[in-house]
Design a protein around this ligand. Sequence first.
Ligand code: CMC
Length: 428
Amino acid sequence: MANKIEIKYNGESFELPVMTGSENESAIDIGKLRSMTGLVTLDYGYKNTGSTTSEITFLDGEKGILRYRGYPIEQLAEKADFLEVAYLLIYGELPTKEEYEKWTRDITHHTLIHEDFRTIFEGFPSNAHPMGVLSSLVTSLTAFYPKSLDPERSMGELNMSIVRLIAKLPTMAAWAYKNELGFPLNYPDNAMSYVDNFLYMMFALPVEKYKVNPVISRALNKLLILHADHEQNCSASTVRLVGSSHASLYVSISAGINALWGPLHGGANQAVIEMLEEIIEDGGDIDKYIKKAKDKNDPFRLMGFGHRVYKNFDPRARIIKQSADEVLSALGVEDPVLEVAKKIEKIALEDEYFIQRKLYPNVDFYSGIIYRALGIPTEMFTVMFALGRLPGWIAQWLENRKNGEPIGRPRQIYTGVNERDYIPLENR
Ligand code: CMC
């Protein structure tokens, strides 16, 4: 395969190298383009732009392949434990038995959050969205652990920041939820597994005994694994970009949480359920909403459909759809929302508009339905995504720093007004 590309501009010819990754994906390396030709590239939404090289996650959108550090997502979702996958993403290999025990012990040991966080919670209005609360709390970790502001200080300090984040995010998320309800906060129970402990903090009440349902625990473990990384998506790129200014891990992750919140990204899982509920309330006329989604003059989009990279199917959606069926039948839940979702999927998959544009259900289309069945409230859906995505963000941040990548700073093409003279206020 050619490893150079020739471009002709203004009567001159230039050669740029072509690099190939370990799965044979190729890219033109434009690192010297501007110095050679004076040109920059323009690519809205980075649809054709590789922002980095990465060893963490491989995905092939045409073939519907997703692998973390080489391991197929199907195998990890079926067989692994979320903390094991977190270790794999962050440190590059599956942990040995000893490494796994130490890793889970360290994380379990740090689940408590400082008592002063209670005061911070009290400062939020009770209707605060838990995503906003979560990102604020993660930023506020810098106040409690000021040494974390200097990540180069030592690998030990950085590892502590990683452990604290993974340990404390479920506590913060569950407390954000309890605060919203005005219910008493539950302290972590370190005798429980990571997932069970989260469920306990979310749902246990002082007035009655709470027993974790293993069906729910297994489903949640799987969902967290499926969300754990997705290479250079909007929030991971945000984390890398913020980290590239040498901002600390906590604030970079906080930025990632905010990027995830948007309805075109992780916020879609909440938006899907709201859309399905709206369709039911509106009489269940699915065709009307399919028409709206296809109408260029209508801003409505079929939430949970389409993906920037998956153009045949989203492998995560396939696993989640099957899991949704299993969970609902095991829990004996009959959800009209699932029925509407299935009808929409069937209609859309046979519709020319969606076929032509390769729009398929994505991970968020079915994840919300499982979260509902598990008793997780709609506003917490994107928080669940954040809990799952955390190890991926950490791995992306670390890789950016380990590679010594330069500060991220794209160029632009200015299309505004040319130079003009200031007009004093009285003359305007
Ligand atoms: N409903 C109707 N039309 C759509 C949809 C949709 N959900 N998604 C894309 N299109 C159309 C779009 O209007 C465009 O049509 P045309 O070529 O005629 O102008 C064409 O399909 C290509 O869409 P695009 O917006 O250029 O594609 P993109 O790669 O920039 O956007 C997306 C990808 C996921 C933001 C988009 O498909 C979307 O808005 N989907 C709904 C929101 C959603 O479910 N997001 C979750 C993504 S998966 C979780 C995650 O990883 O974050």
